[in-house]
Design a protein around this ligand. Structure first.
Ligand code: SF4
Length: 238
C-alpha cells in the first residue's frame, strides 16, 4: 500500500518521546483557523506516493539518533485519513523494534472502522489535539464537530493507549476559562493521559495561507502572554 506524503523531518524534537523521524502526510478533514500546514489539507493527487517499506527504510537511516525513546511519528495533515498505510508502516516499525507515535486531531475517527482501530492498536503514543471542548467553539476553531474526537479520546482510554493531550492557546478564542476547565475535567476522566501540553499560538503559518490564496482570520492576534499560559495549565490540570 502507498501513502501520500507531504514531507519528512529527520530530527523531530517536539513530536513525541525522544528524537523522532517524522512523516508528514497529506489530507485533513479539519480547517483549523491557526493551521501551520494548510498546504497538507488537500489529498493531493500530485503528492509523492511512498510504500510503507520505503518510508520505514528511509526512517531507519536515522535509528542511531533515537536512543531508547525515539522512533517514528506520523503527522500531517491528518494521518488517520490514510489509516491503512499508517497501520502498515507502524506494524513494520514494531517488527523492527521501533516505537510509533501518531500526531492526530482524530477528525476521521469512528468506532468500528477497522483500518483506524488497526492503526491505533499499532501506536505506542498518541499526541491528541483537543482544540476545544464546547461543540460550537470547536466548530468555530476547526469547521467541524468534536463528537468523534472526544469519543476517540475515550476509546484510547478504554484500550489503555498512552496519550499526550495538546491544546493550542489562542487569545480571545481558545483561552476561555469555562472551556479550559471543562477540557480539564474531561482529561481527568480519562485513564491514559501521560502528559498535557499547552501550545501558545503563533502566526508562523500565516504566510502559507497567503501563498495559497486563503484568508487568514487571525491577523493581529498576539501570542498569549506567560500568565495566560500558566492559567491555562492550571485549568487543564497540568
Ligand atoms: S488538524 Fe492539524 S493539519 Fe488539520 S487543519 Fe487542524 S492544525 Fe491543520
Amino acid at each position: 500500500m502507498t501513502g501520500k506524503i507531504h514531507s519528512f523531518e529527520s530530527f523531530g524534537a517536539a513530536d513525541g518521546p525522544g528524537v523522532r523521524f517524522v512523516v508528514f502526510m497529506h489530507g485533513c478533514p479539519l480547517r483549523c483557523v491557526y493551521c501551520h500546514n494548510p498546504d497538507t489539507w488537500a489529498n493531493a493527487s500530485c503528492a509523492a506516493e511512498t510504500t510503507a517499506e520505503e518510508a520505514l527504510s528511509r526512517a531507519l537511516r536515522y535509528r542511531d539518533y533515537w536512543g531508547e525513546k525515539g522512533g517514528i511519528t506520523l503527522s500531517g495533515g491528518e494521518p488517520m485519513m490514510q489509516a491503512g498505510f499508517a497501520a502498515e508502516l507502524f506494524e513494520l516499525a514494531h517488527a523492527e523494534g521501533v516505537t510509533t507515535c501518531l500526531d492526530t486531531a482524530a477528525g476521521p475517527f469512528r468506532r468500528g472502522d477497522r483500518r483506524i482501530e488497526r492503526l491505533l492498536a499499532a501506536t505506542d503514543t498518541v499526541l491528541l489535539d483537543l482544540k476545544a471542548f464546547n461543540r460550537e467553539l470547536h466548530r468555530k476553531v476547526t469547521g467541524a464537530d468534536n463528537t468523534r474526537i472526544l469519543d476517540c479520546a475515550r476509546y484510547l482510554s478504554e484500550k489503555g493507549v498512552p496519550v499526550w493531550i495538546r491544546r493550542v492557546l489562542v487569545p480571545g478564542l481558545t483561552d476561555g476559562e469555562e472551556d479550559l476547565s471543562k477540557t480539564g475535567e474531561f482529561i481527568r476522566s480519562l485513564g491514559n493521559v501521560e502528559r498535557v501540553e499547552v501550545l501558545p499560538y503563533h502566526d508562523m503559518g500565516a504566510e502559507k495561507w497567503r501563498a495559497l490564496g486563503l484568508e487568514y482570520q487571525l491577523n493581529g492576534v498576539p501570542p498569549p502572554d506567560e500568565n495566560a499560559v500558566t492559567r491555562a495549565k492550571e485549568l487543564l490540570g497540568v
